[in-house]
Design a protein around this ligand. Sequence first.
Ligand code: ADP
Ligand code: MG
Length: 232
Amino acid sequence: MKANEILARARQENRTILKEIEAKQLLMEAGINCMDTRLAPTKDAAVKLSEQFAYPVVLKISSVDITHKSDAGGVKVNVKNKAEVEDAFDAIMRSCKAAAPTARIEGVSVQRMAKPGIEVIMGMIKDPSFGPVIMFGLGGVFVEVLKDVAFRIVPIEKSDAGDMINEIKGKKLLEGYRGQEPADVVYLQQMLLKLSDFVNTTTEIEEIDMNPVFAYKDGAVVVDARIILSAA
Ligand code: ADP
Ligand code: MG
């Protein structure tokens, strides 16, 4: 589905929150590489999709009412065969129904397990005085505990993207640390530029959260994405 159709459908359904699959579709259209993620409304569909993708896969709850999926027990990673898909599907439904009894659940999303990389985050928030601001940081504990993130007002230029990556304190981790491969910093810069362009041309978006993005020696991929639209 095209970006404007996704936005129109959300508006029609009176939603300001996009589902992971919708958010990734919008970002893909903006040229940002995301894990191919598909909806499985039933357990059988989840098995079928998993076999099409090839194992291991990741199953996640798909619900407009559950945005923090792991908190609700809604994510199962490294699912390796048909029996594990069936178990993961049941476990996700059980925990999410317990955690959010009134949530509208449409099924699970299925995607391939991404190979391990350096976890980074990218996003956008709207600042009351500066307007849209994009953000870059290292994922996990770096953003949650250390708040090690860089911000720039949109639109950014190539040099800004480079500066954003350079100014985070954990930058050394992107250069390869204890045998880990370095991250493709040029590719990350290009992603930030695409994000800036996208935000600049799609004014009805209030917030974007790509967390995590896995960065590799060559390229990077968005593993989870959340988009919030502005109130109509
Ligand atoms: P949440 O809504 O809780 O943020 P995520 O989609 O980010 O859910 O999934 C939780 C965690 O599972 C991620 O931080 C990441 O470590 C892992 N994960 C999610 N999708 C994948 C994937 N396709 N490949 C590998 N790991 C993944
Ligand atoms: Mg996430």
